[in-house]
Design a protein around this ligand. Structure first.
Ligand SMILES: [Zn+2]
Length: 112
């Protein structure tokens, strides 16, 4: 990975972090405790609870991704950035651009 690619990647990661922050904020809003409000019927309350659990999963994923992106941003200057953490092969630039939060190559990711 050359300096230009690293610079492009940095910008890309920062953009993704910005988007993710908004996603996390709205998911946090959506996963607030559901009050036993009489205004919504029993079935819609159940729907609300099930939607909440979907949103909770999405929130956990978004937070994990956020951590990965922040870590990638931190590590981007390291000499071994862009190399698989497991097999030490160089990770193709296309994959890094697509999933910068991953520090393993496709082969190792599939094995894990
Ligand atoms: Zn690997």
């Amino acid at each position: 990975m050359d300096e230009k690619q690293k610079q492009d990647l940095k910008v890309k990661i920062q953009e993704q972090i910005k988007i993710l922050k908004k996603d996390i904020a709205s998911l946090e809003e959506a996963t607030r405790p559901i009050s036993p409000d009489n205004a919504i019927g029993r079935i819609s309350r159940m729907e609300a609870i099930s939607a909440k659990s979907v949103n909770e999963k999405a929130l956990a994923n978004a937070k994990a991704r956020m951590n990965g992106l922040l870590r990638a941003l931190d590590n981007i200057g390291d000499p071994d950035f862009g190399y698989c953490a497991i097999c030490d092969e160089e990770i193709p630039i296309g994959r890094i651009m697509l999933v910068p939060e991953s520090d393993v190559c496709v082969k190792c990711a599939q094995k894990a």
